[in-house]
Design a binder for this molecule. Structure first.
Ligand SMILES: [Zn+2]
Length: 343
């Protein structure tokens, strides 16, 4: 006998803020369709002064693939795409195998929207995400844009969890949702929980209910950032082109442009420019679910008595991974203590 059971793997996260600026940003990308995981382009720049961290992301193909995987409605696609990109921005540059998970629950009809990112031993970032109600539908805003804030809601929190296999326990930061539009909420989190002044933009563009553009940026003022440099950064962010005008730009160009503006505002910038650090990386859609992990999750969901009975009878159950939609036919296994996690 086969049954369909929904299981969600839960990993574990941390937090610092003071001054924030939010903006929206989208860019178009190629319309490639593929059975393999799509790749997003990510660039990270640390200015010559060391005072500003700039992260930019062009994730159109990756976000489109993720939203198609979950059969997302347009507003669900916008919400999931924004959360996936925000998670990449917060999770980039961390240690290998460290997991950064961002989870929003605002009481709206979309339910939980969640994503997590980790960098493997080869230095490749992988991200996965889901929206609890992918068919959510809410009226668009007066300007015709998708009302992500109404779908997610504001009666709840944003939680960032960071975990690593070598840590005894995860670290978490939780802040109240501001607008449910994701970008505002992430900026508020950076301000309140991580004490890091930042400007964050996340944007998803849809055409005929399909994602055609997805891009994001995060500019953070680090300890040592001068007021002059911060002012230059703010001005530069505000000068960013409108989404439609960013169609021909890539992530590295946007990051370098922002860093140039900060450097020009810093006395002696010309001499320091050669010390600017830059990393160009790729991000793939990746889920680590396995038959073994699903068997453990199934056992936890069933409870010890029912799980033991299923094992004894050899009764396999079809379990669907919420993160990627993959279905596994498994027998419930005996969960290890490390698998018993709290959502
Ligand atoms: Zn999976």
């Amino acid at each position: 006998m086969r049954r369909l059971l929904m299981c969600r793997h839960v990993s574990n996260g941390s937090g610092y803020s003071k001054h924030s600026r939010t903006a929206s940003l989208t860019a178009f990308f190629s319309h490639a369709t593929s059975t393999t995981s799509e790749i997003a382009d990510f660039t990270r720049v640390l200015t010559a002064s060391g005072g500003v961290s700039i992260k930019t992301l062009n994730a159109s193909s990756l976000v489109r693939q993720a939203t198609e995987l979950h059969n997302c409605s347009p507003v669900a696609a916008a919400a999931l795409g924004r959360v996936i990109m925000g998670t990449i921005l917060l999770g980039a540059g961390r240690d290998y195998n460290e997991v950064t998970q961002v989870r929003l629950f605002g009481g709206g009809p979309a339910g939980v929207v969640c994503a997590e990112v980790t960098t493997d031993e080869n230095g490749l970032m992988g991200v996965r995400g889901f929206v609890e109600n992918p068919s959510v539908d809410v009226p668009t805003k007066d300007d015709g844009s998708h009302n992500v804030g109404a779908a997610i809601g504001t009666e709840g929190v944003l939680r960032v969890q960071r975990s690593h296999p070598s840590w005894k326990q995860p670290y978490s930061g939780v802040t109240a949702l501001v607008t449910g539009e994701v970008g505002d909420d992430l900026a508020h989190y950076m301000m309140v929980s991580e004490q890091t002044p930042s400007a964050i933009g996340v944007g998803v563009t849809l055409l005929n209910e399909s994602v055609v553009g997805a891009a994001a940026f995060l500019c953070a003022a680090l300890p040592g950032c001068t007021d002059v440099e911060l002012d230059a950064l703010e001005a530069s962010v505000l000068k960013l082109p409108k989404p439609s005008a960013l169609a021909s730009l890539n992530a590295s160009d946007v990051a370098e442009s922002l860093a140039d503006d900060c450097s020009l505002a810093t006395p002696g910038a010309g001499a320091k420019t050669s010390t600017r650090q830059r990393w160009d990386e790729s991000v793939v859609l990746r889920c680590n679910c396995t038959g073994a992990s699903m068997a453990e999750s199934l056992a936890l969901a069933l409870g010890s008595t029912e799980a033991e009975a299923a094992r004894r009878d050899g009764k396999e159950t079809e379990v669907k991974c919420d993160w990627c939609g993959r279905r596994h036919l498994v027998l419930p296994s005996v969960p290890s203590a490390s698998e018993i996690v709290t959502p």
